[in-house]
Design a protein around this ligand. Structure first.
Ligand code: NAG
Ligand code: NAG
Ligand code: NAG
Ligand code: NAG
Ligand code: NAG
Ligand code: NAG
Ligand code: NAG
Ligand code: NAG
Ligand code: NAG
Length: 892
């Protein structure tokens, strides 16, 4: 299911709509009010011509144009919404190739009419938040901005339109074509095929604002916390630029308001300020919050938010403008340790960065409900950080992160105009290095997005470069502009260790791969560290374990029967639903080679898919267990960003759940690897680590360790007692002896219990006689080759297990159920997959499972709970496994 609400094609013609709007109320009518242009008519300039003066007069017949009810969409996004294209069709097989890119090599026009109510003393502004690639803006036959100023996807500007506004207004925005190499856009590098329009258009809101004689800029909030955080008073300063729009001096009352969302008496105070004619002054209002409640990342505490509002009132008592936002009390620091690896702290606690790299929809269609579900998936996984490599989003993105306790690692993107430095040797084509005008665009982009992000407690850091650091002119420019926006969290030069600008010093983030499949022992092979590239030390800014294959239910939505055949019959074939065709990731060669070698050639699509799910699960679990386990190593693993979190289109790689929000093996491997309190197996050293990501879970712990062979016979059984330490990991037992006599493959079960016997983490591994052999010396930037593969083929011959299931508790209306699985056999039941479906047999998404893709010991019973997060009503659970025949259990 695509979460986007399906929007009915417009029944009304453009003219009729225009008339309706004209008859409607003013778009904004009170000082301080801001409204987005709610919908657009759009058309190619090849059809409309370029007489923007005429086209931006009221009454133009746009009935033959495309019509959208969205306040923002790229050309492709708009054309899908208007029904001209159909994304279900476009995403199927390689249909995307059929979109004619030539139509986007000329400018397109976005047009809308809206009402205002001008009167003396009222001022109106047009606010852009970035238009790709650049735009000419006309209102009521007059030019507001031209394409040399309104530049860049993040270049937001405010234009005073008071003198040209009228009761009925016609706005035309001419968006110019985008090249990823010449323009500041949202590029995709090798992530996926590029949209035919290169993201051109009004992808963020265009807003109209009304004020009185003094207008305010965006609110900034500066907090100062005492050393002992919540128990000491905090200083809070509200700031905004005030612009006197009159030719005379104006005296205003500036009032500040701070109120805890949770309730309680708001703080309100005022200050009188006189503004010289046509001047701009920073209004600064400071107060003290006696008992600040502290905002924490989700796993460490609550997310209390505060409202802040700065209002200016003129001497007649009328509100002239206000600037409001939400903030939270938290501190973030970063420093490089003795290894030049960055370590963050949040609220004074060492903070291990654990998360993934975000991709928006390929057509940049914003869907708040989908983002909320994605954010909840991240918390379900135990992630604490989302990385934006460029792809900075809309204000709602940060609001959701604030509310849920997810930190945001924001920054600029690599590999195109954003990093067109003379010393960047990795650009795909010779992209012209920045000229003066490019610095101006980048500077405006920084200023705009810093203002959008500044108040949000979820901000962890801004990376002003990704693969490459900015040059010595751009670095101070970015830093000064962030500081001018009162940026309070760290600023880091890049996401890699290539080099750095003197002003900021080493970035302390590494970008050494892998980006494709590596075996589970990769992460633990940490000595000598630097030659071990992406292994679990330092802070990896983009690291894939290679585990991202959707389940069959999703694959059928975007692959034709012959595409599905290719998956297992042509393992080296170039595939459309991977990276671009110039990329190292255009095939599944590396992953498939490992699958063939480790598991034997697939005998059917189903056989291929269960083997991929096992490999994906194992790969992702090991990456997160590795980084979790090495948090307290001599050279600590200070964090990892999985490459990637989400995919921009239905993809066969680089995501933790698929485009349709269906979580599969890679998801549940990640979820196990990220458990709050966990026991993890180190494949390289046969050690067991007790991992603790929490700050406050207390008590004695015991770990049951059991090994069985493929027939189910116990070959090792012990219990280890351990006491735990917050926010640490330590090695508690060696399994060298237990695992030194493996015939072919054994299963290892680790179960962590608290002092009352409650199981906190239960985790099963399949371990072969010998681990995969890595050839570090011959590593590529994207993978370390394996010279000898682990042999799991014995698991293809497991005796069939008889597993029964019952729904022990169901509240189908609320979308919740608990499924108890029981293995009746004397052999292990390997890799059991549960899939919740609705009455039509369609996957229920989004949803959370307590655990899934599980392996049961002989005679073992295990209860898994599931909750549907959306409106879908679950009807049945489909159950299957590597040695478990498929069956379906109704939920009625
Ligand atoms: C979009 O395409 C799909 C698949 O081709 C089709 O089933 C669906 O009806 C189409 N939707 C619309 C609104 O035309
Ligand atoms: C999209 O960008 C690429 C890379 O700069 C360029 O080659 C292509 O012509 C652009 N497409 C359009 C429609 O402008
Ligand atoms: C708040 O500001 C006052 C006055 O500048 C200063 O003395 C105090 O240390 C500040 N408090 C904190 C927690 O920084
Ligand atoms: C900010 O204060 C002004 C003036 O009291 C009020 O009109 C406005 O609704 C407030 N805004 C928010 C978001 O609280
Ligand atoms: C860390 O970086 C600094 C500055 O470049 C350098 O002098 C130092 O040798 C580096 N330390 C290590 C352990 O690499
Ligand atoms: C960046 O913008 C700031 C104002 O926001 C300005 O003071 C500064 O000169 C600009 N720097 C460059 C290099 O354009
Ligand atoms: C994690 O740390 C907390 C906080 O002290 C402690 O209560 C808990 O027992 C620890 N758990 C593990 C598995 O170390
Ligand atoms: C495993 O050891 C535990 C005690 O640590 C014991 O209770 C249990 O019976 C043993 N199981 C097997 C199969 O030996
Ligand atoms: C599985 O076990 C159940 C319950 O013991 C039994 O009724 C059923 O016949 C068994 N099925 C198979 C295929 O052995």
């Amino acid at each position: 299911m695509h979460l986007r609400e399906w929007k009915a094609p417009l029944a009304l013609s453009g003219i009729a709509l225009g008339l309706l709007r004209m008859a409607g109320a003013a778009l904004v009518s009170t000082p301080g009010e801001i409204a987005a242009i709610p919908s657009w008519d759009l058309q190619s300039s090849a059809k409309t011509g370029n007489d923007l003066t005429a086209l931006s007069k009221t009454g133009v017949d746009t009935s033959s144009w495309h019509h959208v009810k969205s306040s923002k969409c790229t050309l492709m996004g708009c054309l899908i919404e208007s029904g001209f294209y159909n994304d279900t069709h476009l995403f199927y097989s390689d249909n995307l190739r059929t979109v004619d890119a030539k139509q986007f090599t000329v400018p397109w026009l976005y047009r809308q009419e809206f009402a205002l109510d001008p009167a003396p003393g009222r001022h109106f502004f047009l606010q852009t938040n970035g238009i790709t690639s650049r735009a000419d803006i006309y209102l009521n036959g007059k030019q507001v901005a031209d394409k040399s100023f309104q530049v860049g996807a993040y270049g937001g500007h405010t234009y005073d339109i008071t003198d040209i506004s009228d009761k009925t207004n016609a706005l035309v925005i001419q968006a110019h074509p985008t090249s990823y190499y010449y323009d500041f856009a949202l590029g995709w590098v090798d992530w996926n095929p590029w949209p035919a329009d290169n993201g051109t258009g009004v992808w963020r809101d265009v807003e109209v604002k009304q004020t009185g004689s003094v207008a305010l800029g965006p609110l900034r909030v500066v907090t100062q916390l005492g050393a002992s955080l919540g128990s000491q008073p905090a200083n809070v300063t509200l700031k905004a630029k005030a612009q006197n729009l009159e030719k005379t001096a104006v005296t205003i009352t500036a009032s500040g308001l701070i109120a805890a969302e949770a309730g309680g008496e708001p703080l309100v105070w005022t200050k009188t300020v006189t503004l010289a004619p046509l001047s701009t002054t920073d209004i600064v209002l400071t107060n003290v919050v006696q008992k600040p409640t502290i905002w924490w990342p989700a796993r460490w505490g609550e997310q209390p938010l505060y409202k802040a509002n700065l209002t200016v009132t003129t001497s007649d008592g009328a509100i002239s403008d206000f600037s409001a936002g939400k903030f939270g009390f938290r501190t973030v620091t970063s420093q490089v340790n003795a290894f030049n690896d960055t370590e963050f702290t949040v609220n004074g606690q060492r903070f291990q960065v654990l998360g993934g790299g975000y991709a928006p929809d390929m057509f940049l269609r914003w869907d708040k409900a989908k983002w909320e579900a994605e954010a909840k998936y991240q918390l379900d996984l135990g992630f604490n950080t989302v990385r934006l490599e460029g792809k900075n989003e809309h204000p709602e993105f940060y609001e959701v992160a604030d509310r849920l306790g997810l930190m945001v690692m924001a920054g600029w993107e690599c590999c195109d105009k954003w990093e067109a430095w003379s010393y960047n040797n990795d650009l795909a084509v010779p992209t012209p290095v920045w000229v003066d005008a490019d610095y101006v665009t980048a500077n405006a982009s920084m200023a705009h997005d810093a203002a959008m992000m500044q108040t949000h407690p979820s901000m962890l850091v801004f990376l002003i470069g990704s693969d490459y650091w900015p040059d010595d002119k751009a670095t101070p420019m970015y830093v000064n502009t962030l500081k001018a926006a009162d940026w309070q969290v760290p600023i880091i030069a890049s996401a890699s260790k290539r080099s750095y600008p003197a002003l900021l010093g080493p970035s302390g983030l590494k970008m050494e791969g892998p980006y494709d499949w590596v075996p589970p022992n990769y992460w633990y092979d940490t000595e000598p560290s630097d030659s071990r590239l992406g292994a679990a030390f330092g802070l990896g800014s983009e690291q894939s374990a290679g585990g991202s294959t959707p389940d069959l239910s999703s694959l059928k939505k975007f692959l034709s029967p012959s595409d599905l055949d290719d998956l297992w019959k042509n393992p080296n074939k170039e595939l459309f639903h991977m990276s671009t065709d110039t990329s190292s990731f255009h095939t599944r060669k590396i992953f498939n080679n490992a699958l063939w070698k480790r598991w034997g050639a697939p005998t059917s699509l189903e056989d291929y898919l269960i083997k991929t799910q096992i490999m994906d699960y194992e790969a992702n679990r090991a990456e997160f267990e590795g980084f979790s386990a090495m948090w307290n190593a001599k050279r600590p693993a200070t964090g990892v960003i999985y490459w990637m979190l989400t995919a921009a289109f239905p993809s066969l790689h680089w995501n933790i759940w698929d485009y349709y929000m269906h979580p599969a093996g890679g998801y549940f491997g990640t979820k196990v690897g990220m458990r709050l309190e966990h026991v993890a197996y180190d494949y390289a050293h046969k050690a067991v680590y007790l991992v603790n990501h929490s700050l406050d879970k207390k008590g004695a712990r015991s770990v049951d360790v059991q090994v069985i062979d493929t027939s189910g016979k116990v070959t090792y059984n012990t219990t280890v007692s351990a006491s735990t330490t917050p926010n640490t990991s330590k090695s508690i037992v060696s399994l060298t002896k237990a695992l030194n006599n493996i015939k072919d493959v054994v299963f290892l079960r680790l179960a962590l219990s608290d002092d009352k016997g409650a199981v906190l983490s239960r985790n099963v591994y399949w371990i072969s006689k010998a681990i995969d052999t890595l050839d570090w010396e011959n590593s590529e930037w994207y993978v370390t080759p394996v010279t000898k593969f682990a042999d799991y083929t014995a698991l293809n011959k497991l005796a069939a297990a008889n597993v029964t299931a019952t729904v022990t508790k169901t509240s189908a209306g609320a979308g919740m159920a608990a499924v108890t699985l029981e293995n009746k056999s004397s052999v292990p039941a390997f890799f059991i997959i549960l899939n919740l479906v609705d009455t039509k047999g369609q996957d229920v998404v989004p949803l959370t499972w307590s655990d899934n893709y599980v392996t049961l010991w002989p005679k073992e019973k295990l209860t898994l709970t599931v909750k549907s997060m959306g409106g879908a009503v679950p009807a049945a659970v489909q159950i299957s496994g590597k040695n478990v025949a498929k069956f379906t259990l109704g939920l009625s």
